[in-house]
Design a protein around this ligand. Structure first.
Ligand SMILES: [Zn+2]
Length: 300
């Protein structure tokens, strides 16, 4: 079964001139419905994450500051979006979307969130367009409820999953794997359980070769009850921030490698979108849409 989290709240109004491609959150489901890859019945609207669940991952002081507009100017600038009530609400709905995707995946199949993958958020602060760390929130909740014993995070956004790495540092129940551009943001990387830092212009061939050999080994070693997969579109050759030079066919094959391994080893998977900053929004949407096309093809 394929479940897809989507809410109209995912698109956040940004001031003129802001270069974040916010329209993708509207265009992606539109495109997928239009071409018939997904049906309206597969979409569900996430509710708002509860305070209790947030506080299993984030500090009370950070959550309080977000809810009461007490972040300093510096803390707000680090997030990169204008911080308003709607942004906080958006983050709470996205994180609930990721959690529900994971819960649905545990009941069989795959859950995909039209947004999420906010891996730069730490327990006590946000950064890099990330307010709450949705993977960490969902993983901590599954462990808290006793639904999983072992979790594997596969972060293939072009930027290192620094917030996720730090949150789960020293926590053996969550294995963090990040494959990213060595010279990309964040300048100061954290230590994931496994980091593979790639050179600029790595390209499809080497990237896919590495992934092909690493993923089966990780699954064997970690024996995860669920995988969280961050399918960032910013590995694409046209990306303004990425530097890895993957083609669209390469990113599609990347998605296929992850999902085929999940199916082969019967591991539930929750997928989030992450970044994508190509100058033409259709390229960003196309890479994200490919993730859904591969998923629907493999899971139905
Ligand atoms: Zn990114």
């Amino acid at each position: 079964m394929v479940s897809i989290a989507y809410s109209s709240r995912y698109k956040y109004e940004l001031p003129d001139g802001h270069r974040f491609p916010m329209d993708k959150y509207e265009l992606l489901p539109e495109q997928l419905l239009y071409e018939g890859t997904i049906s309206a019945g597969q979409l569900f609207e996430p509710s708002r994450l509860s305070r209790d669940i947030v506080l299993r991952t984030h500090t009370e002081s950070y959550f309080y500051a977000l809810m009461h507009d007490h972040l300093s100017g510096k803390e707000k600038r680090k997030i990169g979006f204008p911080v308003r009530k709607e942004l906080v609400e958006r983050g709470l709905h996205i994180a609930q979307g990721t959690l529900t995707c994971a819960l649905r995946a545990l009941h069989g199949g795959i859950g995909l969130n039209i947004a999420g993958g906010t891996h730069h958020a730490y327990a006590d602060h946000g950064e890099g367009f990330c307010v709450f760390n949705d993977f960490a929130i969902a993983a901590n909740q599954l462990l808290f409820e006793g639904l999983c014993k072992q979790i594997l995070i596969v972060d293939l956004d072009v930027h290192q999953g620094n917030g996720t790495a730090r949150i789960f540092e020293g926590r053996s129940q969550v294995f963090t794997f990040s494959m990213h551009g060595a010279k990309n943001y964040p300048a100061k990387k954290e230590k994931s359980d496994l980091d593979i830092a790639l050179n600029d212009r790595t390209g499809d061939h080497l990237y896919l070769d590495i992934l092909d050999s690493v993923i089966p080994k990780l699954i064997k070693e970690v024996k995860p009850d669920i995988i969280f997969y961050l399918a960032g579109a910013d590995v694409l050759e046209s990306d303004a921030l990425g530097r890895l030079s993957l083609s669209k066919a390469g990113t599609k094959q990347r998605d296929r490698i992850i999902l085929e391994n999940c199916i082969k080893h019967d591991i539930p998977v929750a997928v989030c979108m992450g970044g994508g900053y190509s100058p033409k929004i259709r390229d960003v949407v196309d890479v994200h849409a490919n993730t859904f096309r591969v998923a629907v093809n493999l899971y139905t």
